[in-house]
Design a protein around this ligand. Structure first.
Ligand code: PLP
Length: 383
């Protein structure tokens, strides 16, 4: 039998067959009618998923391209910005804004901490930060921050708010307009159930005004160039037309399920994963809370190397989980449950983990994780 593979990382994520089938359609010309129809629908669906009335700009790039567009369009050399980090992706904002010559106030929390509004207040009170860069779902730790509350504090101080929602858009509630978030950055390969290769950025009118004043050099990532072209359904450069076609199908699937239903499913998947893991005796690294519905991070038991466990799961069972990043490498195991996931994906991951950890000598209670996960999944979500 050909090897069966299970992709359970926090991105890329599994792609449904309807979306894969769209990728096999003939390539169309990006300035022709066939593509324009797909492009128009896809941009409208993106706005629906983002819950915004404003433009969502689409780039052929990984998520970091949209990330960089935010910095290049909003931050000129010498500008003061505030970056809040508590993991790898927050630190990326800090590194990138520094690379653009910004005067960066870096509120650097330990990896795994949850940023709170009170953490931001003193940094904002010092004054001068025109833009605040935040992370919604910190994929390296499993923490999902309350960006509504964080954005409110930043807005009070008169700053523009930029949020990295690469791993959260479509998985946990995010109200771009209602929460007053100026810029939300995301990518195709997580809850949006597509292969990697497309990146998105929503831009509020205030963000576009600020971009008009920014002196940082940019060309491909220039917001105004893409906005003006999109307004005429004419991409400024050749987009990955097959990926856009696939994204259109994937967004259709997500909207057919309904965003609220998708949020509730993710909350239940996260809960099932945490409860199953705890039942077998594992300690959570990510918070034990309903909002933590994107990635579950588990501490490797004493004496067990997470790197070896992850490699063994791949070799023995064809299951790909994620190792920790940075200093957490070898110390935590991350199970992604974003996008095209159901509870049997969770029980598969837990059952295999149970076998591997048991064989590695960890004290694991056998046979309880799966039933506890199923039981927890059955409870209603509180999102
Ligand atoms: N931000 C977060 C929270 C992510 O999870 C990722 C991807 O892993 C990124 C940014 C970067 O996206 P990409 O790898 O598509 O450039």
């Amino acid at each position: 039998m050909p090897e069966k593979r299970y992709l359970m990382t926090p991105g890329p994520t599994p792609v449904p067959p309807e979306v894969l089938a769209a990728l096999a359609e003939p390539v169309v010309h990006h300035r022709g009618r066939d593509f324009r129809e797909i492009y128009e629908r896809c941009l409208a669906r993106l706005r629906e998923v983002y819950r915004t009335e404003h433009d969502v700009l689409l780039y052929t790039s990984s998520g970091t391209g949209a990330f960089e567009s935010a910095v290049a369009n909003l931050t000129s050399p010498g500008d003061r910005v505030l970056v809040v980090s508590a993991g790898s992706f927050g630190e990326r904002w800090a590194a990138m804004t520094r690379a653009y010559g910004a005067d960066v106030v870096h509120l650097r929390l330990d990896w795994g901490e949850t940023p709170e509004p009170d953490d931001l207040r003193p940094a904002l009170a010092a004054g001068g930060a025109g833009v605040v860069y935040l992370v919604h779902s910190e994929t390296s730790t499993g923490v999902v921050a309350d960006v509504q509350a964080l954005a409110a504090v930043a807005k009070e101080a008169g700053a523009l708010v930029v949020v990295d929602a690469v791993s959260s858009l479509g998985a946990v509630p995010l109200e771009t307009d209602a929460w007053g978030i100026d810029v939300v950055v995301s990518g195709s390969q997580k809850a949006l159930m597509c292969p990697p290769g497309l990146a998105f950025v929503s831009v509020s009118p205030a963000a576009l005004e600020a971009a008009a004043r920014s002196t940082s050099p940019r060309f491909v990532l220039d917001w105004e160039r893409t906005r003006a072209a999109q307004a005429k359904l004419d991409a400024p450069f050749t987009p990955a037309v097959s990926l856009v076609r696939a994204l259109d199908v994937a967004l259709g699937l997500l909207l057919d399920e309904g965003l609220e239903a998708a949020f509730a499913r993710h909350a239940r998947l996260g809960r099932a994963c945490r409860e199953g893991a705890k039942a077998m005796g594992l300690e959570l690294f990510s918070p034990d809370e309903e909002r933590s519905a994107v990635v579950t991070a588990l501490r490797a038991p004493d004496g067990v190397d997470a790197t070896r466990v992850v490699a063994e799961l791949r070799e023995r069972f064809g299951i790909t989980l994620a190792n920790g990043q940075g200093d957490l490498k070898g110390k935590i195991i991350r199970i992604g449950h974003i996008g095209w996931f159901d509870v049997f994906d969770i029980t598969t991951a837990l059952a295999a983990l149970e076998l591997s950890l048991g064989d590695a000598g960890a004290e694991i209670e056998r046979g309880v994780a799966v039933s506890r996960a199923l039981e927890a999944y059955a409870e209603r979500a509180h999102v």
